[in-house]
Design a protein around this ligand. Structure first.
Ligand SMILES: Nc1nc2c(ncn2[C@@H]2O[C@H](COP(=O)(O)OP(=O)(O)OP(=O)(O)O)[C@@H](O)[C@H]2O)c(=O)[nH]1
Ligand SMILES: [Mg+2]
Length: 449
């Protein structure tokens, strides 16, 4: 942690061979390190070519040195970057040399953690760094960059400011004797709470899209044996991912693949066909399928069009969870002669298609894009994480509960609910956070970040 201010070092570029490899160092004071490395203090923010020698004076590498003195650096401390030749061994030799000259190896995410602790970034922005690096689509990169630039944080702050304003107003009434409480402008408070609720709900909706953009839609393929689930997985991944055969009960293991549909990440999970079976292994497969069904964002219920009937759907109902939305796929229309189409019958989306010919596949993928809410990615969507959504939901509940305490007026309780709402919002940007949470967030970063 930064309160120690000790110097940390890590290889900041990926392990492997490349033109350039970078060693990053950060510390409250790196003058001792420079001295031990026999480097004259470099001109700040100017590249200079320097030789790095080992303890015996043998040349290790000639490197470009960049020096960012505190506080104008990424971490807010003195930062030194050594750009050497990007080879596995030479990078290890350089790092080892730096480590013996008064640094310790950085923990994963420790540079970003110091940047956060020194107020260079808030928590949302620090998380966005990881998201930018891990993004698998251009849309996700743009979303993560918006979070990194502070778009998400600004909206949290704006709600937080309104909350503080209302709190101050409400708290002004707390010291009033009971008889004067009648003067409490309950209606005005109620209106302000409602406008806060609206603002939080709107932010929640955008953040939900952002979370989908980052984590993807968790889609589970389910249905009777032989319906064509594995064939559909192979179509969606455009690869021979799962074994397909006309033997019912072919798939037993849960198979997960990530696909991108026009840049939208979708985690597709293929499962064992749902049926009662005496086969112990298949039965375990069905148990695992059930488990997957409970965790899905959406289920694609694949049925052989020849068997399609409302009875069949009712039959499978037992495996499904009321809160998980379902799209029915009437597969194998090449055999039944049905047209590919998408319909909504009694609120259930039904796609008719053939995984064999690919007819109707586009209807399905367009439908999946629609349900992610990312079909037309609105300008301004930013990446978000589950923990942000949880915090926004909790903040919303506190404000709603507060508003319910206005009739009869209980300003002290309202003030408490608003205080809690503000604390929860502060958890998003990191104004209020536990050591544990910070450890969890930064621990998931890679070393050198
Ligand atoms: N004609 C036709 N055959 C299909 C289609 N989709 C799948 N099949 C065939 O149906 C059989 C079963 O396909 P799978 O994809 O293995 O079915 P599954 O639902 O994964 O089956 P289990 O893993 O046993 O639960 C295979 O012989 C496929 O070639 C389709 O659209 N048209
Ligand atoms: Mg299968």
């Amino acid at each position: 942690m930064s309160e120690h201010g000790d110097s940390i070092a890590a290889i900041a570029t990926p392990r492997g061979s490349g033109g350039v490899g970078i060693i990053r160092v950060s510390g409250a004071d790196i003058s001792a390190l420079l001295e031990n490395l026999k480097l004259a203090t470099p001109v700040p923010r100017t590249a200079s070519l320097r030789k790095i020698h080992d303890a015996n004076g043998r040349l290790i590498d000639e490197v470009l040195v960049l020096y960012f003195p505190a506080p104008a650096s990424f971490t807010g401390e003195d930062v030194l970057e050594l750009q050497g030749h990007g080879g596995l061994v030479i990078m290890d030799m350089l790092l080892e040399r730096v480590l013996t000259c008064g640094c310790r190896q950085a923990r994963p995410g420790e540079f970003s953690e110091r940047a956060f602790l020194n107020d260079k970034l808030d928590l949302v922005q620090a998380e966005a760094i990881a998201d930018v690096i891990e993004s698998h689509s251009r849309t996700a990169v743009r979303g993560a960059m918006r979070s990194l630039q502070g778009d998400f944080s600004r909206r949290v702050h704006s709600i937080s400011d309104d909350l503080i304003h209302l709190r101050t107003h409400v708290e002004a009434y707390l010291d009033f004797p009971d008889e004067e409480i009648d003067t409490l402008p309950s209606e005005e408070f109620s209106t302000q709470c409602q406008s806060l609720e609206r603002a939080i709900s709107e932010l929640l909706a955008t953040a939900r899209q952002g979370q989908m953009l980052r984590d993807g839609l968790h889609l589970v393929l389910a249905g009777k044996p032989n319906a064509g689930k594995s064939s559909l997985l192979n179509r969606l991944t455009a690869a021979d991912t799962a074994i397909v055969s006309d033997v019912p009960g072919t798939t037993r293991d849960v198979i997960r693949e990530r696909v991108h549909i026009d840049g939208i990440p979708i985690d597709v999970t293929d499962t064992a066909g749902l049926r009662d079976t005496a086969d112990a292994i298949e039965s375990e497969g069905v148990a695992r399928a059930r488990q997957e069904l409970s965790r899905a964002d959406r289920v694609l219920l694949v049925v052989d069009d020849a068997d399609f009937s409302s009875d069949l759907l009712a039959d499978l109902d037992d495996y499904l969870h009321a809160e998980v939305p379902v799209t029915v796929v009437r597969n194998k229309i090449d055999l039944t002669g049905r047209n590919s189409q998408i319909e909504n019958i009694d609120g259930v989306d039904i796609v008719s298609m053939s995984t064999r010919t690919g007819d109707g596949l586009r209807l399905l993928t367009e439908h999946l894009k629609q349900v992610t809410g990312l079909a037309t990615v609105p300008e301004g969507v930013f990446t978000a994480r589950q923990r942000h959504l949880d915090a926004l939901r909790r903040a919303l509940v506190f404000v709603q509960q507060g508003r319910n305490l206005l009739d009869p007026p209980r300003p002290e309780l309202l003030a408490e609910e608003l205080r809690q709402a503000q604390t929860v919002l502060g958890e998003i940007t990191g104004e209020f956070t536990s050591e544990d949470l910070l450890g969890e967030i930064f621990g998931s970063f890679c070393i050198g970040k």
